[in-house]
Design a protein. Structure first.
Length: 272
């Protein structure tokens, strides 16, 4: 009886192994759920509450031959949904110094204050210099919808984490001339993000034309909580090559969700 009981236990263990393996295999690419499904759920989750707080970390590099200039960016961004408003408090660090800056965005109007200046600069929120300072993961949902609608040149994938707790939406664009894709969302985003760097190069006497930019690679990823559909992280990285002096510009930004934000964002009293 003892030997038979031991054999039965061993047989039961062997039969259970294929079932466990099937569970692991199911955590691979998802075939039954579409990108649009997850974008809809994420948008509903991120716009249902009063607001969110995100930690932002970024880096940009300009490289020419063996010379390189680099800047680091860190900030805390607060975002409210109704009314839609943003508050960004951060620091920009270069090899020379670190400078603080504060940004408010209300609708299409932005107010920027840099450390060392007592005045606020008012500008349009669509100005590239302002728009590039607003790293908003919720706005990235619209970017991904554009990637899905115009898939030419971009590889968009949907995967599920090993234990099913997270869903990853990733866009990958290989090397090509930006002029070859004038109406593609990823090309428009790359051009907007690189524009302030091009302005700095022009001020330094480097002749640069937007028509001569080559995208080396662009990658963007949204990681969602599979249960709540909230955005956990958003990551964006791209490299552009400029023909003038064989210069490359690289930018990488990551935003991490730090939880709900339940306060109001209001115009500071010192803004006229």
């Amino acid at each position: 009886m003892k030997a038979r009981s031991g054999l039965a236990a061993l047989l039961g263990l062997m039969l259970s192994l294929p079932l466990a393996a099937c569970t692991v295999e199911e955590s691979g690419p998802m075939a039954l759920e579409t990108l649009e499904d997850h974008l809809d759920l994420a948008e509903e989750a991120m716009t249902a509450g009063p607001g969110w707080r995100f930690q932002v970390r970024g880096q940009e590099k300009l490289t020419q031959a063996e010379q390189q200039s680099e800047a680091m960016y860190s900030a805390m961004m607060e975002r409210t949904q109704d009314p839609l408003a943003l508050h960004v408090l951060g620091n920009v660090s270069t090899g020379k110094d670190t400078r603080g800056e504060e940004l408010f965005v209300f609708g299409n109007t932005a107010y920027l204050s840099r450390e060392g200046s007592a005045e606020w600069t008012q500008a349009s929120a669509t100005d590239p210099g302002i728009a590039n300072k607003v790293e908003d993961p919720v706005a990235a949902l619209a970017d991904f919808r554009g990637y899905v609608k115009k898939t030419d040149g971009v590889d968009v994938t949907l995967t599920k984490s090993a234990y099913g707790h997270q869903v990853s939406l990733k866009a990958d664009v290989a090397s090509r001339e930006l002029t070859d894709a004038p109406d593609r969302p990823w090309a428009a985003k790359a051009r907007r993000e690189v524009e302030p760097a091009l302005d700095r190069l022009r001020e330094a006497g480097v002749r640069v034309s937007e028509d001569q930019l080559t995208l080396v690679r662009l990658e963007e990823e949204l990681v969602l909580d599979s249960a709540t559909h909230r955005i956990l992280t958003h990551w964006f990285r791209f490299t552009v090559r400029l023909p003038s002096g064989n210069i490359t510009y690289t930018q990488e930004v990551k935003e991490t969700n730090r939880g709900e934000f339940k306060e109001r964002i209001e115009v500071p009293e010192d803004i006229a």
